[in-house]
Design a protein around this ligand. Structure first.
Ligand code: NAD
Length: 259
């Protein structure tokens, strides 16, 4: 049986671990060839090798660098002969209030979490449009924002700002791509707490069981999520099942934003 993204080529940033790794594995399982990029190239290479050399490659890539984006898109396109799907996933968290946050940290969070998404869209769209035209398969940009891009917290000034920026930028990109008839859609995904190394601080402070339980108590469903909860949402958006969905925000949040 054909996979849900059979024949597509996808590039996933921050794919060495956590959500990016789960997304890369899921898209590959469903028939895509995947380009995994990360600053942690050794770990990204191990994941790519595990997926299989015929389906996956790993590239060293700092998403904050414009030159690195130009180079990575060129290498990514060359790897499998095109690009249909871009998943802007790489990101860092930051848990400080507006008065505690240094200007340096503010800029760093926006560089990694928001500027990267702008650069990725800017340099991937022309290549994706060519591949979509040549193959007849739909193009899709999936930007991993956060539920923190919709609901603010007193101690997440920079993260709230950057992730809200990702949400709105995704809509602007969606309208541009639609107007230009590129065949590319753009959407954002908004996870609540998910079990990945991004939660290491909490785990170190409270231990894994109590740390995860503490976060889970804030969520109506009563527990935090698994990486595949997000990978399934990305799979839907990457596939042509979602061909009418653009400029949308998919919340995978256990109900927290319904309160
Ligand atoms: N896990 C959660 O609870 C959660 C919730 C909401 C949103 N998110 C978002 O999901 C995305 C993935 O998070 P995760 O939980 O997998 O985190 P993670 O820390 O486990 O993984 C992030 C990956 O991004 C890479 N990375 C960091 N800076 C980079 C850079 N400058 N260039 C390239 N790669 C870089 C890291 O090396 C790492 O492999 C992030 O954008 C994060 O903000 C996560």
């Amino acid at each position: 049986m054909a996979g849900r993204v059979e024949g597509k080529i996808a590039l996933i940033t921050g794919a060495a671990q956590g959500l990016g790794e789960a997304i890369a594995r899921m898209l590959a399982r469903e028939g895509a060839r995947v380009v995994l990029t990360d600053i942690n190239i050794d770990k990204a290479k191990r994941v790519a090798a595990d997926i299989g050399a015929d389906r996956a490659v790993a590239l060293a890539h700092d998403v904050t660098s414009e030159a690195a984006w130009i180079d990575t898109i060129a290498k990514g396109v060359a790897a499998f002969g095109g690009l249909h799907v871009l998943v802007n996933n790489a990101g860092i968290s930051a848990g400080t209030t507006v008065t505690e946050t240094s200007f340096e940290d503010w800029k760093k969070v926006h560089e990694v979490d928001l500027d990267s998404v702008f650069l990725g869209c800017k340099y991937a769209i022309p290549e994706m449009a060519k591949t979509v035209k040549a193959t007849g398969l739909g193009g899709s940009i999936v930007n991993i924002s956060s539920i923190a891009g919709i609901i603010a917290g007193h101690n997440s000034a920079a993260y709230n700002s950057a992730k809200a920026g990702v949400r709105h930028l995704s809509k602007s990109v969606a309208l541009h791509c639609a107007k230009q008839k590129t065949g590319i859609r753009s959407n954002s995904v908004h996870p609540v707490f998910i079990k990945t190394p991004i939660l290491d601080n909490i785990v170190q402070r409270f231990g894994e069981e109590e740390g995860y339980a503490k976060l889970g108590r804030q969520i109506p469903l009563g527990h935090i999520g698994e990486p595949d909860d997000i990978a399934y949402a990305v799979l839907y958006l990457a596939s042509d099942e979602s061909k009418m969905v653009t400029g949308a925000e998919i919340k995978v949040d256990g109900g927290i934003s319904a309160m």
